[in-house]
Design a protein around this ligand. Structure first.
Ligand code: GLG
Length: 807
């Protein structure tokens, strides 16, 4: 598209939709007109892509995820279409700032954290690698809550992301399908002696898909992310003349559950899970039938991925559709189901492993429950004489009137993977060891990855430019090529350029901090960043303990030689997770105390930025010097912000947990700060039951002073929260071993303080992190899924070079 064409199109759209001339249009009208234009450009490729999949009969994967967290799409779409620069300069010609338009777009925040963001990075990578793959999820009316702070407390406001409409989606009413919930089921004996399920008194809802194009990076491929929204079927309208009753149906896809580490045992959540699973499976089977192939070929054309246990009902639902709706027998249907499905586990935290009470499952999806019972019965039978009774009992689906969803996903699929080496090993050796004994060949690892396009090309243009200059722009298509940067480790000019690029982003963040919080920070200070969900195991509290240590150090010795540091937090707490909310409150109060104490001479500042989301991450990550990855070893399955921060040249301070271990292996010991207990040591404590935080406290004056600050009035306004935290660390024996790891953490922090003073030394470390981040590209991760698990191949038929400029 030429500049003139872009201008002409924009003018036309502004007139057609808003009756405005370009000169009179505001950012909102401009955004929607530009969005429409972008969509028109990509739609052509979208159509070609899916038609091509159909005619070529390409095997496709469907990634089922109850969360997707794409963030904003305008710039990402422009970049991937290869027209970011043209559009930006064209707009500049007419005095319009692309950034201002891009800011109009609301974050699509249909996810909580790492799990949902991973799904979106995968969507970007699957399309960019030319792989035939689609997302399947829920179109929530409200995304994850908007977080504000009032008096230091988290307040949750609704996220009305659809208020102005969503320019990217296409409502596809013709692809809608019915989903049945509730009612009852019984087995009827037919004349031929066979049993047939009869379902009665069901509630039927309409699942309407909204499709969004997932645009590949300059390769002509556009895949589909399909999100389902609930409606009342026209035929049922009369039943719902009462508005309240209407709402109970419409509420099904109203809100995203704002919990990512707790199992949320509620009826609506269970109904949500079944709703998008059933709609997704039905639409896949409908598609397959168009191919006119025999049922045994299903697994040659279709792969379905269960992202965490929320879509685990894919197992019984696929069985139901194959048997009840298409007449296959159990054995045949089961064989197909196991071949088609695969599952990723994302956590070993017991409270996050889903279990549903039998009575609830029976009530919400009675036929599905029947099938689950039968899967359980057959599983137990098939294991007799092969494995010991106790193992069989531990691995079955039904235990203590509950359904273990992870067991369902493992038994009903051909592949179970963890998301980092250590996590996959823990699954095999401890958490899912019994299943590893039963199905050793099903277990594998796929370390998470990130989309460099968003996290470097879009989020960090100054750094991207330096990269182009030093190593040419080949890294943009092949992130592995970032490795070439290693050639510049001793090049002082290159190091200086990298430092200057970092400074630009730090200045930008400093302005943002000032605007949003009123806190003045110096871009010359160390920007020390911890951004992730607020959870006890992630140990934001240990970060605060260290900040308090520094506070007392400065108080005791105002002349102390500390490198100025700004501690930056971003984190939402699940609304029902009161301990996490207390941690937010104490960090905010400590921040207030520290930021307003002139005697600290700006040596330390603490900033808790509200409403951490994808867009805020894009501001913080490029500006970070230090990346805090300090979870208790064994608890963080992988982490992905660790990879994004590394890519942007932050140096990591980390425990040997999740993907931190692989980051350490990639950058080498000199370019990361490792501290703390190892996973083995943690498990030793569990086995010997000999951890005593009280003992550590009693023998440690420094820790006494820090912990006492929570209850002796040192930190103001935290009477309740301070006591709660103090008790969690002492009375309740410090579940995540903060006190045990504290001094080693402080030691590593001191080393950072020391090393940062040597600008060249620090920049070398930073460079090594950028250079080695290519190994964590989600492109590589999805290629490994495609090869090992899904058995799908890239399509090149429509690969085309789309212009030569990058963003
Ligand atoms: C989980 C884990 C993270 C992981 C992410 C994506 O807690 O460690 O990086 O999934 O696999 N619930 C999550 O965010």
């Amino acid at each position: 598209m030429t500049k003139e064409e872009i201008k002409k199109e924009l003018r036309q759209r502004l007139r057609d939709t808003y009756a405005l001339e370009l000169e009179d249009a505001g950012p909102v009208e401009l955004f929607y007109s530009l969005g429409g234009l972008v969509k028109a450009v990509s739609n052509e490729k979208w159509q070609k892509t899916w038609k091509n999949y159909l005619t070529e009969g390409q095997k496709q994967v469907y990634y089922f995820s109850i969360e997707f967290l794409p963030g904003k799409l305008l710039k990402s779409n422009l970049l991937n279409l290869g027209i970011l620069d043209e559009v930006r300069t064209t707009l500049a010609d007419i005095n319009v700032d692309l950034e201002e338009l891009a800011n109009v777009e609301k974050d699509m925040a249909l996810g909580n954290g790492g799990l949902g963001r991973l799904a979106s990075c995968f969507m970007d990578s699957i399309a960019s690698c030319g792989l035939p793959g689609n997302g399947n999820g829920i179109r929530y009316d409200y995304g994850l809550f908007k977080q504000q702070f009032m008096d230091g407390y988290q307040v949750e406001l609704p996220d009305e992301w659809l208020k102005r409409g969503n320019v990217w989606e296409i409502r596809r009413e013709s692809k809608a399908c019915d989903v049945h919930l509730f009612g009852n089921v019984y087995m009827k004996r037919l004349a031929n002696g066979k049993l047939e399920p009869v379902e009665e008194n069901q509630t039927t809802v309409r699942a309407v898909p909204y499709d969004t194009g997932m645009i590949g990076y300059q390769n002509g491929i556009v895949n589909t992310m399909r999100l389902w929204s609930v409606e009342i079927p026209v035929s049922e309208e009369a039943k719902y003349h009462n508005l309240g009753e209407r709402r109970t149906i419409e509420d099904l896809t109203a809100v995203l559950y704002p919990d990512d580490s707790q199992e949320s045992g509620r009826l609506v959540r269970l109904a949500q899970e079944y709703f998008f699973v059933s709609a997704g499976i039905q639409s896949i089977i409908r598609y397959y039938k168009k191919l006119n192939l025999p049922w045994h070929s299903l697994s040659e054309k279709i792969a379905i991925h269960i992202n965490d246990t929320h879509p685990a009902m894919c197992v019984p639902e696929l069985m139901r559709v194959l048997m009840d709706e298409n007449g296959l027998n159990w054995e045949f249907a089961w064989d197909i189901t196991v071949k088609v499905l695969s599952y990723t586990n994302h956590t070993i935290m017991a409270e996050a492993l889903e279990k549903w009470p039998v009575y609830l499952m029976k009530r919400v999806v009675p036929r599905i429950y029947q099938i689950i019972e039968e899967i359980d019965r057959r599983y137990v039978m098939s294991m007799q004489g092969i494995h010991p009774q106790d193992l069989i009992q531990r691995t079955r689906l039904l235990q203590n009137d509950q359904i273990y969803m992870a067991h369902l996903a493992i038994i009903g699929s051909h592949s179970t993977n963890g998301v980092a080496k250590i996590h996959s090993d823990l699954l095999k050796t401890i958490v899912l060891h019994d299943f590893y004994v039963v199905y050793p060949e099903r277990f594998n690892n796929k370390t998470n990855g990130i989309a460099e396009r968003r996290w470097m090309q879009l989020a960090n243009e100054p750094l991207s430019d330096v990269m182009d200059e030093l190593i040419t722009d080949s890294w943009r298509k092949a992130p592995q090529n970032l490795k070439l940067l290693m050639n510049y480790q001793n090049d002082e000019i290159a190091l200086k350029k990298l430092r200057e690029a970092k400074l630009v982003k730090k200045e930008e963040l400093a302005s943002y901090i000032l605007e949003t919080t009123g806190i003045q920070v110096s871009p010359n200070a160390i920007f020390d960043v911890q951004i992730k969900r607020l959870h006890a195991y992630k140990r934001q509290l240990m970060n605060l303990l260290h900040i308090l240590k520094l506070y007392f150090d400065i108080k005791d010795n105002p002349e102390i030689d500390l490198t100025p540091r700004v501690f930056i937090f971003g984190a939402k707490a699940a609304p029902s997770y009161s301990y996490a909310k207390s941690i937010i409150k104490v960090i905010n109060e400590a921040a207030d105390m520290i930021n307003n104490d002139a005697s600290l001479q700006d040596k330390i500042k603490v900033v808790f930025l509200p409403n951490y989301n994808v867009s805020l991450a894009e501001k913080i990550i490029p500006a970070a010097d230090v990346s805090e990855q300090i979870s208790l070893a064994s608890k963080e399955a992988s982490g992905t912000s660790n990879m994004k921060l590394m890519l942007n040249g932050a140096v990591t301070i980390a425990t040997l947990d999740g993907a931190n271990i692989e980051i350490k292996d990639a950058v080498g010991d000199d370019n990361i700060y490792i501290f703390g207990l190892t996973e083995k040591e943690v498990y030793n404590y569990y086995e010997n039951q000999d951890y005593s935080s009280q003992k550590i406290y009693d023998e440690d004056e420094e820790l006494q002073r820090i912990l006492d600050a929570f209850i002796d009035g040192t930190i103001p306004n935290i009477e309740f929260e301070g006591q709660e935290i103090y008790d969690s660390l002492l009375k309740f024996n410090d579940e995540y071993f903060l006190l045990r790891d504290f001094h080693d953490y402080a030691r590593a922090q001191e080393q950072i303080d020391h090393d940062y003073k040597d600008a060249v030394l620090w920049q070398k470390k930073s460079l090594a992190n950028i250079a080695n981040a290519g190994g964590f590209s989600a492109d590589e991760t999805v290629k490994a899924y495609a090869e090992d698990i899904w058995q799908i191949e890239p399509i090149f038929a429509h690969t085309e070079k789309e212009g030569t400029t990058n963003g």
